[in-house]
Design a protein around this ligand. Sequence first.
Ligand code: 5GP
Ligand code: ZN
Length: 114
Amino acid sequence: MQDCIFCKIVNRELPSDVVYENEDILVFKDIKPEAPVHLLLIPKKHIPSLLDLSEEDAGVIGQIQLAASRLAREMGLAERGFRLVNNCGRDSGQVVMHVHYHLLAGRPFKWPPG
Ligand code: 5GP
Ligand code: ZN
């Protein structure tokens, strides 16, 4: 997708601080962190939101969950925990229309989030 900032990050047309990458997913630091740890986990394929997922995307979404689990462990977050968030659509606050999960950690979070 030409005008998608996350596609540009995937294609290295925009810089980012990459934490993990494989053939299907990219993990990089959020430019405006809301917590001491704030990563974004995305499929390399352009999918606007969770509402646009198809059966063929099940694998990549699974990979994102597994990467979040593994990275959290590697970053020493297992004891304190972390939050994995997907915003979908206007009311959720989704701004970038390319599926992404926020991995947030390093401070306590409220529930419900408000
Ligand atoms: P959303 O509100 O769509 O769930 O979250 C989008 C996230 O992308 C925000 O946390 C925002 O700070 C982050 N973001 C937006 N543009 C860029 C960028 O160019 N680079 C990086 N690394 N993060 C970005
Ligand atoms: Zn995109």
